[in-house]
Design a protein around this ligand. Structure first.
Ligand SMILES: NC(=O)c1ccc[n+]([C@@H]2O[C@H](COP(=O)([O-])OP(=O)(O)OC[C@H]3O[C@@H](n4cnc5c(N)ncnc54)[C@H](OP(=O)(O)O)[C@@H]3O)[C@@H](O)[C@H]2O)c1
Length: 268
């Protein structure tokens, strides 16, 4: 794993709880359950109108004494903003709506600014990082060339790159790039449910490897993502799945199993 994962609390499970659901009330309950089950990395974005229920759950967990704020690692992705000068104001609103005072990681989506130059955006994020509103900064969905441009001028290196990463996504290039540059790859859609409609979870290779480990296909895919040096963000509203998705510590895939799962890209 990249060096910066040392910033996570010792023992923090390196799998993130996704909050991209429009079912606000259910999400709020399941988020609380997720933290109670052991999730510590929470992934959020401005794409879903769910900030009030997310904020209420966080508040009740923190003020209720179940968890300290510093024991959570909260990542937030911003996908839209009109004006760079208003960025700080927008971030403050997103924080307040979620009962937070800082994000552990703030990631900017490639399409968030239509007309601004990315290097100028990065400088603005570096300044906000200095103000401690954003403890770390990163990029989502950026092509490799642009990430290279940013790396060549960055005073503060991106903490993480967020992108789709699963065996069907053919995203080995970005994964290798992140490993070479010691960047954390936060892997979205680790089960590829949205684009393959469950085909990855029912794939015969995956189900056989899962059976051999007495694990579920979802656990096998999450273990594959973690052993591929990524931090997967998994999304569920099902409490049995929440428990399953955090119980990964005993699951270690062999090198051959890792390779076999990698090759699924070609069979999609
Ligand atoms: N670039 C980006 O940032 C990016 C890209 C793609 C997607 N996303 C975001 O990621 C979200 C999720 O995308 P995705 O659906 O492809 O993510 P995913 O985490 O790969 O799959 C989520 C689906 O898998 C099911 N699931 C979760 N745990 C399971 C388990 N243990 N066993 C069986 N099924 C399980 C969930 O259904 P249940 O609720 O029934 O468990 C859910 O429908 C999207 O809403 C989107 O906002 C972001």
């Amino acid at each position: 794993m990249p060096k910066n994962t040392e910033l996570f609390n010792p023992g923090c499970p390196l799998v993130a709880f996704g909050t991209s659901s429009d079912q606000k009330e259910k999400l709020g309950e399941v988020l609380k359950f997720g933290v109670q089950c052991g999730f510590r990395v929470l992934n959020m974005s401005d794409e879903h109108n769910n900030e009030t229920s997310v904020g209420m759950s966080l508040k009740s967990l923190i003020t209720g004494g179940f968890i300290a704020r510093q024991d959570l690692f909260i990542s937030f992705k911003m996908t839209k903003i009109q004006n760079l000068r208003q960025l700080e104001e927008h971030i403050s609103k997103h924080l307040t709506a979620r009962s937070l005072t800082y994000f552990d990681l703030f990631v900017i989506e490639n399409s968030a600014f239509v007309e601004e130059n990315i290097l100028k955006i990065w400088r603005t994020l570096e300044n906000l990082h200095l103000s401690r509103l954003l403890r770390n900064i990163g990029l989502s969905g950026f092509p490799r060339k642009q990430i290279e441009n940013i790396l060549s001028v960055a005073v503060i290196k991106p903490f993480a790159i967020q992108d789709i990463f699963n065996p069907f996504s053919s995203n080995n290039e970005i994964s290798q790039f992140c490993q070479i540059h010691d960047l954390l790859l936060i892997g979205m859609s680790p089960l590829d449910n949205l684009s393959s409609k469950g085909k990855l979870l029912t794939n015969s290779f995956v189900t056989e490897i899962a059976r051999n480990h007495n694990a579920s296909p979802a656990q096998t895919l999450l273990a594959w993502a973690i052993q591929s040096q990524t931090l997967p963000v998994v999304q569920t509203l099902n409490t049995d799945h929440v428990k399953e998705n955090i119980m990964l510590s005993d699951l270690k895939l062999s090198e051959k199993e890792m390779r076999d799962i990698c090759q699924l890209t070609q069979t999609k």
